[in-house]
Write a protein that binds this ligand. Structure first.
Ligand SMILES: C=C(CC[C@@H](C)[C@H]1CC[C@H]2C3=CC[C@H]4[C@H](C)[C@@H](O)CC[C@]4(C)[C@H]3CC[C@]12C)C(C)C
Ligand code: SAM
Length: 364
């Protein structure tokens, strides 16, 4: 009788532990979303593996193939159908890095990095501000709450639009935050519509930076400011160093990038479309703490997440291809960490630009 009770208690404990491990557990860093929500609401379960294979086929063709640039927005959309749920689960609602700050949590450092962008462009109540590549709206909500400006976000990905709108409603910020599905290379907004604009780790997805900067320039009012946190290779990157090249290509493959730009390309693209540059600097440079420290949450945590994803896929809660996508992200995290440690890559090269106030100022 006693051994039966023991067996029963042991079984109950094991079941509770399994339930906690699979259904409740979020990664140590952030409780954004429960593991059980990894059901890839973006696309139907059968399509995940297909979309994953389709995603990789993009990298199998030579970069210089004619017409590839036109396919980039679709390829980026496919990528976000695959990763949005995992990002939210494992990272939170802000899909970007931030310098780590002594005495501050990751959530606090993330928020400070976001509101710094709002302060740089002078966002204030009554302003209408554009968020170029808004994800599920983490930055948009922080910026609207901080500045009380109205924020309009645009993303290529339909599923992110839905997620962002749900989050805005839950946060009670839907009067200040609007989300639009569209391509930031051809934005559905009239000329001179916005008092300011920002992009956080999003324009790196554009095949040609001038195209997205040109669109942002067009929709800004004369005199308005635009700030961007750009992904770049730094001056330390050596194109003839095989290890450097492997790291940068690893980052491109794991993050849906048509090709990383070097630090000098950013200002050149901004000037080419008519912006004047107010400030430009790498926010990852010392004394900033390492942005990649958050990625180093340890092999055990990655393994735990891998097990959670594999169990969910095996029992049919998450689509099968999720395991491959998670595996890809594990590798990406390693490349990003190496890029940060070697100082050859930064995800936060800041450029602050102004659209000249008068047409005369724009003339060459
Ligand atoms: C700006 C972009 C995205 C930047 C980051 C938000 C994401 C880059 C790599 C992602 C992750 C890597 C490892 C994942 C881990 C294996 C998983 O268990 C939990 C989620 C990760 C931590 C995931 C989270 C988001 C990133 C840090 C790009 C796309 C331009
Ligand atoms: C890494 S996420 C960053 C999201 C958000 N800025 C944040 O920090 O949380 C990049 C975003 O850019 C968007 N994006 C990429 N290419 C785009 C395009 N051509 N048009 C519109 N949005 C695009 C993606 O859909 C995604 O929302």
């Amino acid at each position: 009788m006693e051994s039966l009770a023991l067996l029963f208690t042991g079984g109950a404990l094991l079941a509770a532990a399994l339930y906690w491990f699979v259904c409740i557990l979020g990664p140590a860093e952030q409780k954004g979303k429960r593991a059980a929500d990894l059901s890839a609401g973006s696309i139907s379960a059968e399509k995940v593996q297909d979309n994953y294979n389709q995603y990789w086929s993009f990298f199998r063709r030579p970069k210089e193939t004619v017409g590839v640039a036109d396919k980039v927005p679709d390829f980026v959309d496919t990528f976000y159908n695959l990763v949005t749920d995992i990002y939210e689960w494992g990272w939170g609602q802000s899909f970007h890095f931030s310098p780590s700050l002594r005495g501050k949590s990751h959530a606090e450092a993330t928020c400070l990095h976001e509101v710094a962008a709002a302060d740089l462009i002078g966002a204030k109540p009554g302003h209408s501000v554009l968020d170029v590549g808004c994800g599920v709206g983490g930055p948009m909500r922080a910026i609207a709450a901080h500045s009380r400006a109205k924020v309009v976000g645009i993303t290529i990905n339909d599923y992110q639009v839905k997620r962002a709108r749900d989050h805005n409603r839950k946060a009670g910020l839907d009067a200040l935050c609007e989300v639009v599905q569209g391509n930031f290379l051809e934005m559905p907004f009239p000329d001179g519509a916005y008092d300011g604009a920002y992009s956080i780790e999003a324009t790196c997805h554009a095949p040609r930076l001038e195209e997205v900067y040109g669109e942002i320039f067009r929709v800004l009012k004369p005199g308005a400011l635009y700030v961007s946190y750009e992904w770049v290779t730094t001056e330390k990157f050596a194109a003839n160093d095989a290890e450097h090249v492997e790291i940068i290509e690893g980052i491109e493959r794991g993050d849906a990038l048509p090709g990383l730009r070097s630090v000098g390309d950013i200002g050149a693209a901004a000037r080419a479309v008519g912006f004047e540059i107010v400030a430009e600097r790498d926010l990852a440079a010392p004394p900033a703490g390492p942005w990649w420290s958050r990625l180093k949450f340890g092999r055990i945590a990655y393994w735990r997440n891998h097990i959670v994803v594999s169990v969910l896929a095996a029992v049919g809660v998450a689509p099968k291809g999720t395991v491959d996508v998670h595996e890809m992200l594990c590798k990406t995290a390693e490349y990003l960490t190496k890029g940060g440690e070697k100082g050859i890559f930064s995800p936060m090269h800041m450029i602050l630009c102004r659209k000249p106030a008068t047409e005369k100022e724009t003339a060459p």
